[in-house]
Design a protein around this ligand. Structure first.
Ligand code: GDD
Ligand code: MN
Length: 378
């Protein structure tokens, strides 16, 4: 009989009990102190840390690699050509080896010294442990009043969505068993900053959530990446969850851009008619401007994670224009049908517009932005 192999006792090679997933973008100066602080905080708990870096211009990934050379508990997942906090966290969680996964920022705003208390909560039977700023013993630190108000407003909306399961559904600092992530993975939105909220809203079942208070600290080095876009993405996440996935954030953006395109069309049309152009050529020119406008704005915002550039941009524009032309025919067809069914002209018009929006969105999301490149690799 074979003797069973003795367990490897090198502390660095122990199977991790806890995987820390840390999204990073331009956090180079924070990495070494973070790894040291986490190690000091976790004591006996066998851990690994996965830094998911989106090819940071400051080469954060290089710094992680340097530390990983001497400490195999440290790993880097470098994503090229991609951006996004939520998707980084999800990919990190899927690559983690620990049975429990913690999500934490790289900038020291999350207090790593509560990690053992969070871990103990999970060990005692909680599904999720949330680092909270809004429970007794926690706090928002040195935030200005505006940020406090914004955050508490968003928190109230979020709690309306998921119920009073945690005092801080907007927290970016939490821990959960790996199977909680695994069970929610297909329902997560992958966009924006609000991964915990998404997880709580997406998990198909009841979760036992425990709050662990801490005080939000100031960023140690570097800058925050929060932007108006991040706030807009929060609104879209709410819409998606409230409509149970029917209305995707991308569709909302696409439809908004379409509305803007209509305004652009009318402005150009009135300007050209003011220049004494005939209606038909003016209408065609305005339509072309509106199509290019819609395409460029969608490429910049709606699909900024798959933005087309160079020749791909041109190829995408041609396909976009073709699909929108077919969409226009669908628009007219549906509106006509509605009128024939004795709908009022306004209802028929809206039906036509909804039809073409859905058609254009469906068509362009797969045929324009669905593939990475227009030119094949060969
Ligand atoms: N990989 C990757 N890709 N990481 C990113 C990206 C990205 O596109 N954007 C931001 N990060 C990383 C940052 O490097 C940092 O480690 C962490 O995500 C949080 O980003 P910050 O820019 O520091 O965000 P914040 O401090 O404004 O927001 C934090 O606090 C909020 C609570 O008010 C986050 O934890 C939010 O999730 C949290 O809701
Ligand atoms: Mn931060």
């Amino acid at each position: 009989m074979l003797e069973s192999a003795a367990p490897i006792s090198l502390p660095h090679l122990a199977t991790p009990e806890l995987s820390l997933v840390v999204p990073s973008y331009n956090e180079r100066a924070n990495i070494a102190p973070l790894v040291a602080a986490v190690g000091a905080a976790l004591g006996d708990i066998a851990w690994e840390i996965l830094i998911v870096d989106d090819d940071s211009p400051d080469r954060t990934w290089e710094e992680v690699g340097r530390i990983a050379m001497t400490d195999p508990r440290v790993r880097c997942l470098r994503r090229v050509g991609r951006r996004g906090l939520a998707s980084a966290v999800i990919e990190g969680a899927m690559a983690a080896n620990g049975a429990v996964i913690a999500v934490m920022d790289a900038d020291f705003q999350h207090d790593e010294t509560i990690l053992p208390a969070m871990y103990a909560a999970i060990a005692a039977g909680a599904d999720v442990a949330v680092g909270t700023r809004y429970a007794l013993g926690g706090g928002t630190g040195e935030w200005d009043e505006r940020r406090v108000r914004m955050s508490s407003f968003a928190t109230r909306i979020a709690r309306a969505l998921i119920g009073n399961r945690t005092t801080d559904p907007m927290s970016g600092f939490f821990m959960a068993r790996r199977d909680v992530f695994a069970a929610s993975i297909y329902n997560l939105s992958n966009q924006g900053f609000k991964i915990l909220l998404d997880l709580l809203a997406s998990y198909p079942g009841k979760l036992k959530v425990v709050d662990v208070p801490y005080t939000f600290r100031n960023r140690r080095a570097g800058d925050s990446k929060i932007s108006p876009m991040v706030i807009a993405e929060f609104a879209f996440l709410l819409i998606e969850k409230l409509s149970r996935g029917l209305v995707s954030p991308r569709f909302v953006l696409f439809a908004l851009v379409g509305g803007l395109g209509l305004i652009v069309h009318l402005l150009v049309l009135s300007a050209l008619i003011g220049l004494k152009l005939n209606f038909l050529p003016a209408q065609v020119a305005a339509l072309l401007v509106a199509i290019v406008f819609n395409y460029a704005v969608n490429n910049e915002f709606t699909y900024r994670d798959r933005r087309l550039t160079g020749m791909d941009f041109v190829g995408g524009l041609v396909v976009f224009a073709i699909i929108c032309s077919i969409g226009a025919i669908a628009n007219i067809g549906v509106a006509n049908l509605a009128v024939e069914e004795h709908a009022s002209w306004s209802i028929a018009g809206v039906a036509g517009a909804v039809m073409s929006a859905v058609f254009n969105f469906g068509g362009t999301s797969s045929l324009v932005w669905g593939r990475r490149r227009w030119r094949s690799a060969s």
